[in-house]
Every structure is written in structure tokens, then in C-alpha cells.
Write a protein that binds this ligand. Sequence first.
Ligand code: PLP
Length: 407
Amino acid sequence: MKKNLSELAIWGNSPIFENQIPVGQINLPSWEYFCDSFHDLFERRYYTNHGVLTQEFEEKLCRLLGTRYALVMTNATIALSLACKGLNLPVGGKVIVPSFTFAATVQALSWAGLEPVFCDITHHSHLITPDTVAPLLDTPGVCAILGVHLWGNACDADGLTKLAKERDISIFFDAAHAIGCTHRGFSIGGFGSCEVFSFHGTKILTSTEGGCITTNDDDLAERLRNLRSSYGRRMTVPIPIAGYGRFSEAQAAFGLLSLEDFPKNCAANEKRMHLYVEGLRAVPGIRFLLPTPGERHNYQYVVLEIEEKEFGLSRDALVRILEAENVLVRRYFVPGMHRCVPYKTQFPQYMNTLPVTDALCEKVMQVPSGQRVTDGDITVICDLIRFVHTHAKKLKGALPKREEPQQ
Ligand SMILES: Cc1ncc(COP(=O)(O)O)c(C=O)c1O
């Protein structure tokens, strides 16, 4: 551990970690299982178009999530766009969506020809609520609410669905972070008209790339199947323009292996989260965004907020110091989507209407978790953060300036 401020890597010294420790790490299955699975795939010579592995993966997802349908797709971004089409949201229609989310949530709406109506969140949960959504429902042209179960914690699905029903508009959820999580004891997957999951390489359940739409609605499932344009469709619903969001057998093979390891990976990440919470408990100005008590969680992310006044340094300054030590913590989300191109110029009306989003964009960061992060790594990362806090006053004026890239 570094003993003096002058030893920090931000001044050009060697980093404390020889190799970079990123936030998003793929949870790899064992090499033997991977080889067996791909050997079978090669023997069958059937690589895509709703093959046996894809069907098995879909069945297992339905069982895990308790839904009638799980339609796997190329990735969650395409799945979100196809969900908009499946729900028959009209081109030019407006969708209420948080600005505090990953870019793909909003960009998927744009691909579907829809306009975002940016909504604020509550500080304690980082989620939209009926209270933050309600004032936007009178916006002319609103046809849907797209909630995001950020960090695996669920939005108030009941309250939001009630609002959507009263206004006769659609409601669906971006559940990219929420595989295996529950809301009021029910698996996320069955709320709203449909929910969309991501199996990207950085997700705790991964098919390297991939996503799926879950629903209990027979008609919607049929439309989505045809929109996806994979085999296995029955063509009982005419779809003039398909989306080609097919899922390959290679993705399914990886996904099935990841599904087997899923409980083990969640438990290991839970332990990592507790180590961080313990290690940073006494540090002023650090607040963890923890799983909702009483719910099942996947522990995919370890999310915290840095309160500059109490910690002594801003989140951005801390990130720079840690990055220099090869701890690749990530700032989320910088800036909010309403301040990113093209939305900041297309819809300038949201610029100063989202105070909680704007404040959180300055504070939130994720620390590394996942298969390759050891208990020892976490101890060192926590020691480093405590060290930075102890010396925050001296560091404050001393850090070299850094230009922020234009969004
Ligand atoms: C909230 C959210 N929505 C959507 C996506 C897009 O997922 P994918 O990379 O599978 O397209 C992500 C990706 O991380 C995400 O975090």
C-alpha cells in the first residue's frame, strides 16, 4: 500500500495494480464445458435460426423468470427497439423514460422513431416513480412509459402500471440489469407489457452478446417472434418490416453455460459487495446503492455515491486517482442522456428540469466486481479510497487539470 501522497500513480509512479481491473468483466464458464458445448454445436452444423440450444435457453429463461415467453435477440438494444414495434408505438410518439440510464435505452427509442420525454428519478433509489412520471403524462403525444430497473432494483411497477392504465398508454421495462431479481417477491420479467434483459459480456448472465424480451402476452409474443425474423415463427401475424434480431447457437451455448454458473456468480458478487461495504463503512461521504431489502438480487454491480463535501474530493477526482492505479472504476452516467448529443440540441427543454439526475451524474460510480476481482484486490481498493479521503485536503488543489470530452 502507498504510504505517502507522493507515491500515488497520478504523479507518474507505478500503479498499485500491475494489470487493469475493469468494472465490467465477463464471467467465463469453465474451458472444458465450453469445449464440449462447442464440439456438439460443430457436430450438429446448425448455427442459427432458432436451433436446439436457443430453444433450450429460452425455455430455461422462462423457468427462471416465471414468464410464458422469453424471446432471445441479438442484444438488448435491438430487443428494446423491436419491443417498441411489437407494442405498435406510433412513429413520432413520445415515451417517458429516465435520463439517468445507459444510452441504449434512449437510443433504442430513437431507432424505433420515437421521441424521449426525459423524466427525473428519486435520489434514494435512482429510479423513476409515479411522482416523477405523473407531471409528464400531459405532454402531447405521450404513448408509453419505459421504466428502467437500474442496478437490478425494480421501479414501482404497480404504481407506474396504474398510471399507464388510467391514461391508456403502454408500459414496458428495460430490465438489462435485473436478471434474477425480484420485485415484491415476484421475478422481474413479468411486469408491464414486456421487459427487456441484456446478456452482454459485462452482465452477470451472459451470452457474450445477447438480450431477450419476456412477456405473458400471447399476441405480443407472436408479433415479436415475427419481428425478430428467426425461424420458429408461425407467421400468424403479418409483419411488414422485420428487425432481424436473431440469436445464434453460439450465443445460446454460452448463455446456457452462464445460466448454470449464475447462482454461484451472484453469490460470489454478493460477497464482494459486502467486502466493499465493510471496507468503506467508516469513510464519510460514501453511500452505497444497496439491493432493495427483502428482494432477491443478482449483485451485478457495486454502485456508490461520493458526496464531495464529506469525502473531501469530488467523484471525478477520486476516479482519476484510482484509474491511475489501474482500478478502472466507472462514472455513471456522464452526463445524463438529456445533456448528450443529439438530445441536448433536439430537446433543449429538458436542460434544467432534472435536478436529481444532474446531481447524481456528478456523484455515482461503480467499483470493480466479478470473477477476476479477488478479496485481496478489494482490500487494496478500499485501502486506497480511505487513503485518498485521509489526504483529500492536500490532494484537492494539487491534481493536474483534465479537459472533459464534449458530449
Ligand atoms: C440499462 C441498459 N439498457 C440497455 C442496455 C443495452 O444492452 P445491450 O448491450 O445488450 O444492447 C444496457 C447495456 O449495458 C443497459 O445498461
